[in-house]
Design a protein around this ligand. Sequence first.
Ligand code: EPZ
Length: 419
Amino acid sequence: MEKLVVTGPTSLKGDVLIGGAKNAAVAILPATLLIDGECTIENLPNISDIKISCEILEKLGAKITWIDKNTIKIDTRHITTTKAPLDLTSKFRASYYIIGAMLSRMGEIEVGMPGGCKLGARPIDQHIKGFELLGAEVTVEKGTIYAKSKELVGCPVYMDIVSVGATINVMLSAVLAKGTTIIDNAAKEPHIVDVANFLNTMGADIRGAGTDVIKINGVEKLHGNATYSVVPDQIEAGTFMLAAVATQGNVTLKNCITKHLESITAKIIEIGGNVEDNGDSIRVWCDKRPRKANIKTLPYPGFPTDLQPQMGIVLSLADGTSIINESIWESRFQYTEELNKMGAKITAQGKTAVFEGVENLYGAPVYSSDLRAGAALVIAGTVAHGTTEIFNLEHIDRGYENIEEKFRKIGANIQRIKE
Ligand code: EPZ
């Protein structure tokens, strides 16, 4: 078992290089199944979700060569099975993208019900609705999803709710379909645009990604033979922006798209922090206790649910009482119990949490309940007085490459210890 041991308080200062976006990369890898050829993907985050994605693709017959720790060459010319390994696919959420991609490529797929962070109910009805509208038959039995289709035919797909996963998955199933698919009420996250850009680079005809109407004109084949670099991770960047504010530090994030960070920038300024936008880098600093604020998480371009716990650390230390309303996931306040062990005063009920700001947090043993909760606890440990031990690191390792090294580089006293 491994744990992170953080001793604080530290004011974080220096530069952090932001990596490729996990939630774009976990969709782009299955999207390579649409290509009858070879391509190179750069700026992949070196995290466990990517390693599992690669393992699943290899089990399906793809050949993967690691060029360096963030670049792979992938050859999807010889797909040898339509049964995805159940043990691996049920380990993480994004395995659902195998369904859209394999329906397109092979017309058939058997895959385990996706796993991932326990954030409450995580249905995939909108994915299934989209596949069925395009002509697939989908059944779910004993934790396994079976999907098949003789021919996928483009059609209008109206999403009942705004869903990142369903938007991308329907896009994957429509790229090689006959005719035109129009996804209405589509999600607009930067990773959706990135997956569309990747597919278009390989020969797809997708327009409107990044708006709520995406039009996909089916094409006969994708050509491959190209190199694509994954978009910088908006959530990793936001995590370090909020770490700078919580620790009253001064941190510059290199390799980010500042346009993707506007909702976070606006909140940081509202609570008294400072942000300097330099186009492909952003400097965040704060020299006083942050002010209270109210937050409601929303689909992009609203404040992201994936930064809610990190913002929660900032508000637990703010001057005054703040309220966070989590509108995407039912159970994303589990971190507040851990934070209360460190001296925070938070009352969470259902999708609302009230943060009565305290002046200091104190080190304690804490457990990471999910990926972003884990990152938030690293920030809490950095700002807290004394030593914090963080357990359940497998969540953090799913989504952050070398989190302790990046925090250490900007001054945190943090070690990973094997027990
Ligand atoms: C993606 O999950 C991200 N995961 C999540 O990131 C992120 O929290 C979430 O989008 C929201 O931004 C990946 O990209 C792999 P949704 P996804 O479909 O696609 C409901 C992280 O920490 N819904 O946009 O699974 C659903 O229950 C993670 O990196 C349905 O009802 O989320 C939720 O309330 C965790 N039916 C809302 O929609 C469906 O068919 C949004 O979910 C699909 C979703």
